[in-house]
Ligand binder design. Structure first.
Ligand code: GRF
Length: 192
């Protein structure tokens, strides 16, 4: 099975996933797609010997290009790991139930446009939530509204800062995302 990782930022989740499958002969992380030439994920990918394809917004939304690239690379699953752009409708249609994303909160709360990165943890802290966590879900054409695959939570105390919450949530991300991706791939194998 071939995975394409999409990331716009530091790429710690992308790295954990690539490391998880590094010695798995059945699963190949074929490429990393990014939209940010300065993203940390580029350096991490170089160290992991994974090719990186950079897109600008115009090219990315000229959907045939990204769709053709992923089809040509025989990609079975697209894994979003901190990718800041909405999936083009054409790509979602070409890869139905084959795009997953991780959101650093317990959807449906704290989701939707603008709810990404630190803003999520600030909102959770400001709301006085007693827990936060991660949501891994299928991607459709609207932010954070696809079918939920997996959630895990962590306690939040009144003294927790957004950074404290971010740290606890990131532990959940790194712990669970690789294994959930493996489960999704397995379920696809049995279906196909
Ligand atoms: C993570 O918080 C993830 O939940 C969200 O974007 C962030 C990516 O972090 N989708 P990293 O680039 O993998 O370190």
């Amino acid at each position: 099975k071939h995975i394409a990782l999409f990331a716009s930022g530091s790429g710690s989740n992308a790295e954990k996933i690539a490391e998880y499958f590094a010695d798995n002969a059945q699963v190949d992380v074929s490429l990393v797609v990014s939209n940010n030439p300065k993203a940390g994920v580029i350096e991490r990918s170089r160290r992991l010997h994974i090719p990186v394809v950079l897109f600008d917004r115009k090219t990315f939304y000229d959907t045939d290009k990204i769709t053709q690239l992923l089809i040509n690379q025989n990609i079975d699953l697209i894994v979003l790991a901190g990718f800041m752009w909405l999936m083009p409708a054409g790509l979602v249609r070409a890869f139905p139930d084959k795009i997953v994303n991780i959101h650093p909160a317990l959807l449906p709360k704290f989701g939707g446009k603008g709810m990404y990165g630190h803003f999520v943890h600030e909102a959770v802290a400001a709301a006085g939530e007693t827990e936060s966590g991660i949501t891994i879900h299928y991607v459709n054409e609207r932010y954070d509204e696809g079918q939920i695959i997996f959630q895990a939570s962590c306690p939040v105390s009144p003294t927790d800062t957004p950074d404290d919450i971010a740290r606890k949530v990131q532990v959940l991300e790194h712990t669970h995302y690789p294994a959930v991706v493996a489960d999704v791939l397995t379920s696809m194998t049995t279906q196909s």
